[in-house]
Design a protein around this ligand. Structure first.
Ligand code: 89Y
Length: 342
């Protein structure tokens, strides 16, 4: 592969704008084309980012462009057909989270890429957030001994539907859209899950899907991790888009509070407080700055894996384990049952 990788983007919505900006930040890539069924949207995005070619159909894009990879940033149902079309064209693929609407489809996407011999990544960015990496580092340094329980909280009243109106139309909303990130971070921090129990609620009458979910995960190493997500929370402090975390170990605890304040408490040594602020980028939307900065590190990690510099961290194969947690959570809530992973 050449040093500058050539790619195309599918999707010209809210997130595409920031993922393209993040690619420019990372460098080492050249965006040749954008494709969206809505020509106006695609043209506007092309104009904004100086993208040479605009397509409305994936087929003609794959016929006409010589690409190293594609970045799929489109609606959930379009992920599988686009991933499979890219695999057929022999092009490496990045697909936006959540991978697909059901587990069998996710498996078929991983299989299609494996059979075609193309690399397959999921754009899963939350685990790349600066404060999350810091929490993991403290744990790896043994600062709190062996972790035994954790709470991961993303409870907000932020009007997400203003920027992403399609989210209000999802039959399954908060676990698919947001819970997937927090479940993935739980795996990043504590390893694979053995079983889970979940309860969902629908509070906002103006959307189709659930907007609250409470999931208790038991990890294979025995950690009990409670993941709570809500877009129906009216709280004194609006914390969007931050995940607040408490991790308890036998020798101490780590608390990640609002605005990236971390408190490390160690047995017999008291507490230390410090900050883990993310880098700031001029192109980021201030409301989403924490996530937008992690889009840069996520893209960088994928580029490094595409160039064979490091193994893929968010491969399709790895992400199957995260998607399994998403679908098990819905099944657990629907049937009021504790469910085990495969
Ligand atoms: O779509 C979601 C995401 O990936 O991060 C936050 C969000 O924009 C709304 O929940």
């Amino acid at each position: 592969m050449e040093n500058t990788l050539k790619f195309a983007v599918f999707g010209a919505g809210f997130w595409a704008n920031y993922q393209i900006s993040a690619w420019k930040q990372v460098g080492g890539v050249e965006l040749l084309a954008i494709c969206d069924p809505d020509k106006e949207k695609a043209k506007n995005m092309a104009q904004k980012h100086g993208i040479p070619k605009v397509y409305t159909e994936a087929e003609s894009l794959f016929e006409q462009e010589k690409l190293d990879f594609v970045d799929i940033i489109s609606s959930i149902p379009s992920h599988a057909p686009l991933v499979k079309a890219a695999a057929k064209a022999g092009v490496h693929v990045i697909c936006q989270k959540p991978m697909a609407q059901d587990y069998a489809t996710c498996q078929s996407m991983v299989k299609a890429c494996e059979e075609a011999g193309v690399k397959y990544f999921i754009h899963e960015n939350f685990r790349f957030q600066t404060p999350i990496r810091e929490c993991k580092k403290l744990m790896e340094e043994g600062k709190i001994g062996t972790a035994f329980r954790a709470k991961m909280t993303f409870c907000s009243g932020f009007p997400v539907f203003d920027n992403q109106p399609a989210l209000a139309e999802l039959d399954r909303f908060i676990i698919m859209d947001l819970g997937v990130h927090i479940l993935d971070m739980s795996r990043f921090l504590f390893g694979d899950v053995e079983k889970l129990y979940c309860q969902t609620q629908k509070i906002n009458p103006n959307i189709k899907g659930e907007d609250v979910a409470n999931t208790l995960l038991t990890m294979k190493n025995g950690v009990n991790c409670f993941v709570e997500v809500s877009y129906a929370s009216q709280l004194e402090q609006e914390t969007f888009p931050q995940t607040l975390i408490l991790i308890e170990g036998d020798k101490g605890s780590i608390r990640l509070d609002y605005n990236h304040h971390i408190t490390l408490t160690q047995k017999g040594q008291g507490s230390q407080k410090f900050k883990a602020d993310p880098p700031q980028y001029a192109w980021a939307d201030p409301d989403y700055a924490l996530i937008h900065s992690s889009v840069v590190t996520c893209n960088q990690s994928i580029l490094d894996a595409l160039m064979d510099r490091v193994p893929a961290e968010t491969s399709g194969q790895d992400n199957l384990k995260t998607m399994e947690l998403v679908f098990l959570s819905y099944e657990s809530s629907d049937n009021n049952k504790v469910l085990f992973t495969q």
